[in-house]
Design a protein around this ligand. Structure first.
Ligand code: HEM
Length: 395
């Protein structure tokens, strides 16, 4: 949880693994690095997500932070029966069919953004991949799906970055105050958009959820509606932005893989799974043991104990993956835990995969001379791992 650890957590995961796939770490805490064990906990509902009730008991000042309170009202931080109530609702408007139908729109957005990127990159000028593409594609796609007008989309990069600090286990008070301001601003934005869609519904996700909340607040309250709209927006692009950035950076370090993705010799879906495995955009999640007699792997998990599930470590577990420290986009049947597992499995997995699979070959073919134009810088985060800047030249 230090800046150096966040910059490159993988050697530290290796040290943690030496203690075993599951190890106690401090009072009432367990560190889980094994693939099998992380998967086990994610699928067992006796292990709860840390919800508002638990966190307000543990975390000093939890109730003072609008950002934390807002996230805790969303599907991500709810347990049964509320979780199923919201999940069935959101999943019903966020169907596999709806996502698959987006493919032509995603492909068109990719082409448009590549055209736009060519301008600042003309003559070999340096462009920041994060700013010109990695952020814009996912924000365009999720905003199309939600029904957020194009003119408003520029607002979200900074707000989302500020808000997601609230997901980090360690954050400073000034960072949390920025997160709170972002939460208030996003709540205000979606309150206005929801009112517009209630008055004049469209064929979009905001309209669909607004309608449910208006007809039956017992299924989705007004505050839950806002929290889930903000979560969908933020989860919809922060993570996918990092999938694209981490993925391009890996290709620039592995010229053979880059040539393979460009020529089609490497399946872009297999490449995407390997980026997810090797440098997961979500590094860690957690659960709390809330039944007696629970175990994680070989270790007892007493009632009330907190488990850090190190997704980034589980994805490099040598018990599960041959030669796990090697980036190999031709791996088969990889199934990394980057989208979680069990009841909270990521609702946007299919969409994120689609974006990376369509975007990366198109990018590499459009710009055959694409190369690094300077050292990239990481965001100083642990949970959501990605770059702040990734300078490249296109010609
Ligand atoms: C590479 C991109 C993405 C990654 C790595 C990712 C990762 C995750 C993970 C690990 C979880 C589970 C957390 C837990 O169990 O504690 C999750 C949940 C979730 N994700 Fe994603 N996600 C991505 C993209 C998206 C997109 C594009 C959307 C929406 C459009 C989305 C929406 C959600 C939602 C709503 C949940 C909560 C599900 C629930 O609690 O039932 N994610 N995601």
């Amino acid at each position: 949880m230090t800046p150096g650890g966040r910059e490159d957590p993988y050697p530290l995961y290796g040290h943690a693994r030496e203690q075993g796939a599951v190890s106690p770490c401090g009072e009432g805490m367990i560190l889980v690095t094994g693939y099998r064990e992380v998967n086990q906990v994610l699928r067992d509902t006796a292990f709860h997500v840390a919800d508002a009730e638990l966190r307000s008991r543990w975390e000093e000042g939890f109730n003072d932070h609008a950002a934390k309170l807002m996230l805790s009202r969303s599907i991500l931080e709810r347990n049964e029966p509320d979780h199923s109530r919201m999940r069935s609702l959101i999943a019903s408007v966020f169907t596999a069919r709806r996502v698959a139908a987006l493919e032509p729109a995603v492909a068109a957005a990719v082409e448009r953004l590549l055209d736009e990127m060519a301008e600042p990159g003309a003559g070999g000028a340096e462009v920041d991949f994060m700013e010109t593409f990695a952020y814009r594609l996912p924000v365009t796609v999720i905003c199309e799906l939600l029904g957020v007008p194009e003119a408003d989309r520029h607002l979200f990069r900074g707000l989302a970055a500020d808000l997601t600090v609230a997901l980090e286990p360690v954050a400073s008070e000034p960072e949390l105050l920025l997160a709170d301001a972002a939460a208030d601003e996003l709540a205000g934005y979606f309150t206005r958009l929801a009112a517009e869609r209630q008055a004049r519904p469209k064929d979009d996700l905001v309209s669909a959820l607004v309608q449910v909340a208006a007809e039956d607040p017992g299924r989705l309250s007004g505050r839950e509606l806002l929290a889930n709209l903000v979560l969908l927006l933020v989860a919809g692009f922060e993570t996918t932005t990092n999938l694209l950035g981490n993925g391009l950076s890996l290709l620039l370090d592995h010229p053979e893989a880059l040539a393979g993705v460009r020529s089609g010799a490497v399946d872009p879906a297999g490449y995407t799974e390997e980026v997810l495995r090797f440098d997961s955009p979500v590094q860690v999640t957690s659960r709390v043991a809330l039944a007696n007699g629970l175990r994680i792997g070989e270790l007892d998990a007493p009632y009330g104990w907190f488990a850090f599930l190190l997704i980034g470590a589980a994805n490099r577990d040598p018990e599960r993956f041959a030669d796990p420290e090697r980036f190999d986009p031709t791996r088969r049947d990889s199934r990394p835990l980057s989208f979680g597992g069990g009841p909270h499995f990521c609702l946007g997995a299919q969409l994120a995969r689609l974006e990376s699979t369509l975007a990366m070959p198109a990018l590499l073919r459009r710009f055959p001379a694409l190369a690094r134009a300077g050292a990239p810088t990481r965001r100083d985060r642990w949970v959501l791992r990605g770059y702040q800047h990734l300078p490249i030249s296109l010609h």
